[in-house]
Ligand binder design. Structure first.
Ligand code: PTJ
Length: 260
């Protein structure tokens, strides 16, 4: 934890508390140094979003949960930022969706692997894939260390949930005929544009909201899940995200008083 208290009445209390979790995560080796930069990029988009979940994002979350539940072998890929920001929630989502957790890092080191594993176990996780050498294999489509995957997990999954991801991995997973679901506050990142389902929301709001949808939809038979999926288009929802952001800025730009 950092050595300063954030007063509860601070106007940016939530944002500063989340920032604190990322910084502490970096000191504990959970978060990569570049994870701080990724977080700052996300914060900027969240500011434009109004730091709330808009209606289009709820639809994206509903779509994502239906997609993951209708998969045969869904899996959740966890990186340092995800482990630092919502460890308990990602474990809960994994349990409800029956989608195992696999640690998969861009800046891979033994120290970070163990720190993230501990964070997830402390949050209630059981089996964590991705770290045992006897189950590790490499996928040719990816050139950096994210190519190391678990033969019980990402290697055989048909649908990978990769929140807060860098772009080329999503493209590589798609080339491998896997479906990709992501959370990325940037609606025009390569990941958002390449994934089958993109959630344009802060992961700290998106995952708890996904848990609620998962609790509701987990009872539905697969044919009903697939039927409901027909009502969604990732491209249309990303355009709704862009419209929401640009309209919000435009309203501010043209209002008499510049207040948010
Ligand atoms: O832990 P590692 O080693 O696997 O590395 C993880 C990072 C995040 C460093 C790595 O994946 C990376 O560099 O990612 P990028 O390319 O910066 O992409 C991260 C995306 O996540 C950006 O488009 C950000 O806008 C977005 N993002 C950051 N924080 C959040 C977010 N989206 C939703 N919620 C957030 N809190």
């Amino acid at each position: 934890m950092s050595n300063h208290e954030i007063p509860k009445n601070h106007p940016r209390y939530v944002s500063l508390t989340v920032r604190d979790a990322i910084i502490s995560g970096m000191h504990q080796k959970i978060v990569a140094e570049a994870g701080l930069i990724a977080h700052g990029r996300g914060e900027a988009f969240d500011y434009i979003l109004g730091e709330n979940t808009p209606k289009f994002a709820l639809k994206q979350e509903e779509f994502a949960v239906l997609y993951l539940l209708s998969a045969s072998k869904p899996i959740i890929s966890v990186n340092g930022n995800v482990a630092a920001l919502c460890p308990k929630e990602i474990v809960d989502l994994s349990n409800i969706l029956n989608a195992p957790l696999e640690i998969n890092l861009f800046y891979r080191s033994k120290e970070r692997e163990q720190a993230i594993k501990k964070k997830l176990i402390d949050a209630g996780a059981g089996l964590i894939l991705g770290l045992e050498p006897e189950y590790q294999e490499t996928i040719a489509e990816i050139s950096h260390l994210r190519r190391i995957v678990d033969s019980r997990g990402i290697a055989i999954s048909d649908c990978v949930f990769v929140p807060l991801e860098d772009g080329d991995r999503t493209q590589a997973l798609r080339r491998m005929n896997k479906s990709v679901v992501t959370v990325d506050l940037n609606p025009i990142s390569r990941t958002s544009l390449t994934a089958n389902v993109s959630i344009t929301n802060n992961i700290i709001r998106a995952v708890p909201e996904m848990i609620k949808y998962a609790e509701e939809f987990v009872q539905l038979p697969k044919n009903q899940l697939k039927e409901r999926l027909k009502h969604y288009s990732n491209e249309k929802l990303l355009q709704d995200a862009l419209k929401f952001m640009s309209e919000r800025l435009n309203t501010l730009a043209t209002s008499d008083k510049l207040v948010i």
